[in-house]
Ligand binder design. Sequence first.
Ligand code: ABN
Length: 175
Amino acid sequence: MSDDAFKAIDMAFERLARRSALSMGRRSLLARLGAYVVGASVAVLPFSRGLADETPDKGSTDDDRDCDYWRYCALDGNLCSCCGGSTTQCPPGTALSPVSWVGTCENPFDGRTYLISYNDCCGKLSCGQCHCFNNIRERPLYQAGLSNDYNWCMANDSTAYHCTIAAVVGTSEDG
Ligand code: ABN
């Protein structure tokens, strides 16, 4: 760009600055600038605008020690069925969490959708076996009851997380 072009731009900005200084006070100028800065930062903040993964997933196995077992469609954690418990029972020496998150999973064997309660089993260190990371219709933590990404042992005497069970609590047709 030539010197003349730079000069023209300088003058244009100077004129603009002088005109706005005449028409508004310093405080109101700062307030306006502040509003622009806050507006711009909200516009670019990295939050999730879309919903979580909506891909229907029917699961593909009847093996309850496999992450693809249909009931585990929203299970993020260790399978209790690999840790001395079962799909519905905590392993000996652990205690069921009274609070849980829920998911809806389709059973590929009867085509129906079931409400699943995922409860953590607590009181022993992580079992470390069969870790699954399934997130069908799971929601971020601000919808706590639908979020799997949380230690639901928080209400137990011992908050140590061991594994997770997946109990059917109803069908999606239940009122
Ligand atoms: N609800 C399973 C879990 C436990 C601890 C941390 C993340 C997720």
